[in-house]
Design a protein around this ligand. Structure first.
Ligand code: VG1
Ligand code: CO
Length: 543
């Protein structure tokens, strides 16, 4: 089979964001658009010849077409082998698992994660390296650079291959292995957790509901919860991946996973509810009539880590992204282990994990994970919560309440203003940045500001510096107010405002976060001048 050299011209907008390149499907469907970006990835990996690549996606619209193109391009670019999930499917945590288990050189994941799917919605591509983690900034910058000077791409001339049956065959000089996307991941989970203890829990009176939101975790959840752990059929709902996720946003929060939340807050609710996102790396945890904030979830799992066999020796350290609440820091200090604060995005945890500095890490955006792979992992978090429940014998609400009594409650809320005109988003950030120098020493909402800065991170392992990672106001009483623009959206700008304050008095730990944080929320609205500039009286999404 011949390798075709196709001439092309650069697209100006192929800069990867927080997690890969995300665009509308229609953008990806333009002639050469997908090919240009894939070739730019390959060009940024000059030592790829003969190596193994893992490939799969979350099953959204355009997944299957893209898989066929990428297989032919991999063959045209000298890769030795591609391991592709059957049906072109793989969750993000499963790709990370398979890269590590097979010693692959890297992996391509087709997903726009929690963004909606379908012909008029979003598609995305991200590249993971040999450690199983998202490409670090150095590599995403190299990909972006390559995309701006690309003149052509190489693709094998040939027809579509069968990706729907597990088999191994050749495409030109490259081997293709179509494998079960679930098996290796499920085996890893069985090595980390005490499946016998979880079987006892799930086969008893305990009732659980897992909502896969018609996204990739359905097949994984059916296999693990229902088949291997024996939870009743029907425990997993919306478990068949659909190309448009049934028309919803596969984003596990109280807004987009509302039917699940309604069920958990109804009379006669199950004991436990959970959901994951489009590509399976996020998690939302609910108890009966109880919502666990992701920041608390990280802290609570860390406090109970030794209940899980893989972590029975304790944790080496904990990392959280900067906007994530400081709840995990308090636990790390109590455990006498190190804690780290990184910019938003899982790629920043990679070096700390590889260097053995941390065991657990997490983000406020419903992401939790450990050193078992190099991605956040939705089902891992659910299994971790089930383990803590099995170990303590306590319901979710009691586990969380006791945690607050011991460590204090970090009241937390994030307000998102989605789809603002891009220039307004920039203007808001610039004008807050301009005020930073005069803020320290001022008192706002009855709180003195200690530090006001533009967060920059120096990686403690390789020394690389990432600047402009969010504007922070740190108050004398430990409260924080943070402003960032999203790096995953595909339309306009999304302003995220994060609010947090610590309440140590157990008698005051059961208030509505929107109420107890209302002064900080007002400061955020005033500083950003959001209403004056956009007319928006309220955020689009509150988490
Ligand atoms: C968001 C979250 C961030 C997360 C990223 C990818 O990024 O805030 O914490 O790492 O999504 O998650 P941003 O730049 O929009 O705030 V996923 O599950 O969408 O890959
Ligand atoms: Co995701």
């Amino acid at each position: 089979m011949a390798v075709l050299q196709i001439a092309t011209r650069p697209f100006a907008d192929q800069r990867p964001g927080t997690s890969g390149l995300r665009k509308k499907v229609k953008v990806f469907q333009q002639p050469h658009y997908l090919e240009n970006f894939v070739q730019s990835i390959f060009n940024a990996i000059p030592d790829r010849a003969g190596k193994t690549l893992v490939l799969g996606g979350d099953g959204r619209f355009y997944n299957r077409e893209a898989i066929q193109v990428i297989l032919r391009m991999a063959a045209g670019n000298g890769w030795g082998k591609v391991i592709v999930g059957r049906g072109g499917l793989f969750s993000t945590p499963a790709v990370s698992t398979v890269i590590r288990a097979r010693g692959a050189h890297g992996g391509i994941i087709l997903s726009a994660s929690h963004n909606a799917g379908g012909p008029d919605q979003d598609f995305g591509i991200k590249y993971n390296t040999a450690n199983g983690g998202p490409a670090p900034e150095k590599l995403t910058d190299a990909i972006w650079t390559a995309s701006r000077s690309i003149q052509g791409y190489q693709i094998l001339d040939g027809a579509d291959v069968d990706i729907d049956h597990a088999a191994t065959f050749w495409l030109g000089d490259m081997q293709i292995e179509v494998c079960d996307p679930v098996a290796e991941y499920a085996e890893l989970m069985a090595r980390i957790f005490d499946f016998d203890a979880l079987k006892q829990l799930l086969q008893g009176p305990f009732r659980m509901r897992f909502d896969a939101l018609h996204a990739i975790t359905g097949p994984y959840a059916h296999e693990i919860f229902e088949k291997q752990l024996g939870a009743p059929t029907g425990t997993v709902i919306n478990g068949t991946p659909l190309t448009d996720f049934g028309g919803g946003h596969p984003d596990p929060n109280l807004v987009y996973a509302k039917p699940l939340a309604d069920e958990l807050f109804a009379e006669n609710a199950p004991d436990f509810g959970a959901a994951s996102d489009g590509d399976g790396d996020r998690n939302m945890i609910l108890g009966r009539h109880f919502f666990v904030t992701p920041s608390d979830s990280l802290a609570i799992l860390a406090a109970h880590a030794t209940a899980i066999p893989a972590y029975c020796q304790g944790l080496k350290g904990i990392a959280r992204s900067m906007p994530t609440s400081q709840a995990a820091d308090v636990v790390a200090e109590a455990l006498g282990i190190a804690h780290y604060e990184t910019p938003t995005g899982w790629k920043f945890f990679g070096n700390l994990l590889d260097a053995g500095k941390i065991t657990f890490c997490g983000e406020e955006s419903f992401g939790t994970g450990s050193d078992h792979i190099r991605e956040k992992d939705g089902l891992w978090a659910v299994l971790a919560w089930l383990s803590v429940i099995a170990h303590t014998g306590q319901p979710v609400a009691e586990i969380v309440t006791r945690h607050w009594q011991r460590f204090g409650r970090h009241y937390y809320t994030r307000h998102d203003y989605e789809n603002l005109p891009a220039e307004i988003g920039e203007q808001i950030m610039h004008s807050i940045a301009a005020q930073l120098p005069v803020l320290p020493g001022q008192t706002l909402a009855g709180r003195e500001i200690l530090i006001a800065d533009d967060f920059a991170y120096a990686d403690p392992i390789d020394g690389s510096v990432s600047a402009h990672q969010g504007l922070r106001l740190l108050f004398a009483d430990g409260a924080r107010l943070i402003f960032r623009l999203s790096g995953t959206g595909t339309e306009g700008a999304t302003l995220r405002i994060y609010h947090e304050h610590l309440e140590k008095d157990p008698l005051r730990q059961h208030q509505d976060p929107q109420r107890t944080l209302r002064d900080l929320i007002q400061v955020g609205r005033n500083l950003s001048r959001i209403e004056t500039l956009t007319g928006r009286k309220a955020p689009t999404v509150i988490t």
